[in-house]
Ligand binder design. Structure first.
Ligand code: ZN
Length: 379
């Protein structure tokens, strides 16, 4: 990460200024709950806040401590993420153990529980104990879409910090002003990201990741006219591409830190770093697969909109807001063949596949059965 600071967060002035003030007044609540829609910067803010809590300067900056936090390898930062689709009780037990030991580099400890709503009942009950009697100088941040996703007993012990939804215009503005992107490109990314800021940022910074969405659109556009054999070959290609997705490493940074440490601490850091990298890679792969599915879905959604506009001709019809404007020819061609009902069925099949992916069904199996289902539906 090149720069780290509050300016990384966009469109969340209220949440950020609350956090900056609590830091300045040294009145940081011991348990916080960041709530708001997916991909608006809750987790990034939690990481910056953790950096600020550790930083000698009291704010996220580019010092070695903040760098380690940004990389997810600060020894006093504990990040709890779902393993598979749930946060398990064993993870909470491990956390308890970690928290019972004194901080290593800072005087404080910070726990970030990402997607805290995925804690299963057992895990949530165990976690409640940690919340009720937190070890001294320990700060806990739960990241969750809404407080309803948590046990009421857990939610009531946390101070809620709300994050707002961002619109397409906000994202577009950010990409032009902060990322220095051309207007047309920024518009396209903002449109396709569906208001998910995190996704727009990821695509803007790693254009190769946007490819999976485009491949999804291509697949949907060619589904009807292609042979099953061709489609299965395409999917094999896609599976390979997904396997090639890896999180970038920043190996040079790691070596610099290790050089400055004694041997044992250095080895520990290397281990954490590698574990972190593995997790990041899995996450990226998962996101790329979701992008593929969502790209396909967006194509069928556009067809439904086109059909709807066609049916309503004569009535006062405004312009249709299509996601895949660049694919007008294919959309119009396929809309002639697929009615609204058929498109709807395909969208439902994709929704089902998406859910299965969230539940960690093997992507290869999922893609094959999805294509068979979609092909079968063409009749
Ligand atoms: Zn710092």
């Amino acid at each position: 990460m090149e720069c780290i600071g509050w300016e990384e967060i966009y469109g969340q002035e209220k949440a950020v200024s609350f956090l900056v003030e609590t830091l300045a007044r040294v009145e940081v609540p011991h348990a916080l709950m960041f709530t708001g829609p997916r991909g608006v910067g809750k987790c990034s803010t939690a990481v910056l806040f953790a950096a600020a809590l550790f930083c000698p300067a009291g704010r996220p900056d580019a010092c070695p401590s903040c760098h380690k936090v940004a990389r997810g390898v600060h020894p006093d930062l504990h990040l709890v993420e779902a393993e598979g689709s749930q946060i398990l009780i064993s993870q909470i037990r491990d956390l308890e153990k970690d928290l019972s030991i004194k901080p290593k580099e800072s005087t404080r400890k910070v726990v970030i529980v990402d997607e805290a709503g995925t804690m299963n009942q057992e895990a949530a009950n165990a976690f409640l104990k940690t919340l009720e009697e937190p070890p001294p100088e320990t700060y806990i941040i739960l990241v969750v879409e809404s407080r309803e996703a948590l046990l009421p007993t857990v939610a009531s012990r946390c101070h809620e910090v709300r994050f707002s939804a961002l619109g397409k215009a906000d994202i577009e503005k950010f990409l032009v002003e902060r990322e220095g992107m051309q207007q047309a490109e920024a518009e396209k990314i903002a449109r396709l990201s569906g208001g998910i800021f995190g996704r727009a940022m990821m695509w803007a910074r790693n254009p190769e990741l946007a490819m999976h969405w485009t491949r999804g659109v291509e697949l949907a556009a060619s589904m009807r006219r292609s042979s099953l054999l061709y489609l299965l070959e395409k999917l094999e290609e896609e599976r390979q591409l997904l396997e090639d997705v890896t999180a970038s490493s920043g190996e040079e940074d790691l070596e610099i830190y290790i050089k400055a440490m004694d041997k044992r601490a250095g080895e520990q850091l290397r281990k954490r770093w590698e574990k972190r990298e593995k997790r990041e890679t899995l996450k990226l792969r998962h996101q790329a697969a979701l992008d593929l599915f969502d790209g396909m879905s967006s194509f069928y959604r556009d067809i439904m909109l086109l059909n709807l506009a066609e049916e309503q001709k004569g009535r006062a019809s405004g312009g249709v807001t299509l996601m895949n404007r660049e694919w007008m020819e294919e959309l119009e061609r396929e809309a002639l063949h697929l009615g609204s009902e058929e498109s709807m069925r395909r969208l439902e099949a994709l929704q089902k596949a998406r859910k299965a992916l969230e539940a960690n069904v093997d992507i290869g199996l999922l893609l094959d059965s999805l294509v068979l289902e979609l092909k079968g539906l063409t009749g």
